[in-house]
Unconditional design. Sequence first.
Length: 263
Amino acid sequence: MKQQYNAFVAEVLKNRHSPIIWVTFLAFSLAPVFGGVFMHLIKDGGMDGLSGAFKMKAEMLSFEANWNSLLGLLSQAVGIGGVLIFGFVASWLFGREFSDGTSKDLLALPISRIEIINAKFIFYLVWCIALVVSNLILGLIIGYLLEIPGWDSDMFTVNLKIYFTTTILIIMLNTPIAFFAFCGKGFITPLGVVALLLVVAQIFGAMGFGAYFPWAVPGIYAGSGGIELAATLDYYSFGLIILMSVLGYLGTIYWWKYTDQTK
């Protein structure tokens, strides 16, 4: 346990001054900021305050200038944008050792290779949780400043459950990204995989098979396709996410522990 703690502390020290952390917070904060702009336009002009794709999306999902819509928007931002941002975090954490040329240094440490991987996954978890908590706080502040109506404790509890459940689903889905970061020995390959998964998720969703493509499930669960589409999710949908998460974690461990490290 002490070695695991030391490995995690080392991971914190390596990343605490990295500007990448603040870039991810800035990028992720665009969701509540634009959500606030969205609410402001609807509040002042109703649907006529919107135009183009924004108006079509708002009408399809029955958006209104209230807390329920704002919190739902935050959940959808996690369900879709989280695939990209969390994927970037995983790519950076697991791929930077090869890009910086420090992977051999890790292998030489008197610490179990599994504990090194676990330390990275724990730091990844903490990083992602910090991102979603900061977004939630920012969204609440923006909603308060805009004085949007419809606050209700039950409504907030329901939306909070959806928000953090979506977060957990996205976090679980990025263990395979860690595996691709190791296989590609850098963060370019996993970022390419993340981009590909986003595109395929949209295609499967448009074809009506999104409930059975793991990377499309969080967005559907968050309500990005409407209530009717969210109702198509079943145990298989969430079971596939668990399966991908386990395979990604075990694959990462196996690669790091048994593959010859030639460079």
